[in-house]
Ligand binder design. Sequence first.
Ligand SMILES: C[S@@+](CC[C@H](N)C(=O)[O-])C[C@H]1O[C@@H](n2cnc3c(N)ncnc32)[C@H](O)[C@@H]1O
Length: 224
Amino acid sequence: MLVRLRAAAAAGEVADRVETHLVNLDGDWPAVIPASIDLAWAALSLHHVTRPVQVLRQVFEVLRPGGVLIVIEPSGATTYEPADLGTGSRDLGERLAGGLPAPGYQLAAEWMTALEAAGFSLIKRLEISFNASANTIDGARYLELQMTHNRAILVDDLCADDLAAIDAAISELAAGTFELGFTSSRDVWTAVRPASVEPILPDKRSVDQLVTTSTNSNEKETTQ
Ligand SMILES: C[S@@+](CC[C@H](N)C(=O)[O-])C[C@H]1O[C@@H](n2cnc3c(N)ncnc32)[C@H](O)[C@@H]1O
């Protein structure tokens, strides 16, 4: 991933402005990144970490006041077309996608609570639809990798027939001979570290005047 990022930075002629750091988000990663950053972007990574609120709190701490966090996470049902992944094994796609939460691989989640707990405000959510198709080389590669990844997570939960059918589908994807579509959705969360607003206190003399004025007006009211 970082190699690709550096290559993209070089191609865009901004390599001298891009630093990469390989870190564990479950560790002390803020120690190696600059303080007071403007924007943090977490795409499809939060559901991998052990303590997401702690990671969000760390992001909060490294953002400058007014800085923005973008979180992109899967948000809903995932479907394959055809639903049997072309294998004749009824609803295999549903078992492949829907079985992920069972071994603890929670995909769709409500992140508002965690973002608020970490201190963020002005939190907004935008849901977008996500499609992939094996009609393109990139789409077929994406589906091949995604199914391989999910198969590994579910290897102890799926029966031998399902695993064999998934292997056959993966082989066809790799060979570029498989018509497969995939639809899911993503939530894009925007959250802001509130700018620290110092209370605007008047100087002491003004305060005294205010008190006096207030007292006077009270007296007036009382008098009237
Ligand atoms: C589904 S990929 C998303 C990659 C990329 N952000 C994107 O949107 O295409 C999940 C990424 O999270 C990274 N990841 C998972 N657990 C991590 C951890 N504890 N610390 C740092 N990165 C982690 C993986 O290395 C992988 O690159």
